[in-house]
Design a protein around this ligand. Sequence first.
Ligand SMILES: [Zn+2]
Length: 105
Amino acid sequence: MPQQGKPPSNILLRGSLFVLRRKCGKPNCHCADGDLHESPALTYSLHGRTRILSLRPKDVNGVRAALGRYRKVLAQIEKQALDGIQSLRRGIEQERKGRLRGNRR
Ligand SMILES: [Zn+2]
């Protein structure tokens, strides 16, 4: 039987972890007195809207790790993109300088 609730260790997740507090609706439950049920959840935005995914407690560690991986990859991509701008800028500036100097051809 395949192991359930165990995503591959390299998945990425976007969003943040938080604790969902809510009433289950049963009138006799302790949550009716304000002692709300707490469950872990992932909140993320999609197409401009905030979405919530309720998690099982056993998901929390893996989700936290996947959020960390995402931030790391994102930081790498951000750095690569800024490096790209830098090198494009250098190329443009060098050509400009060369043109100024090479006027008397
Ligand atoms: Zn309840």
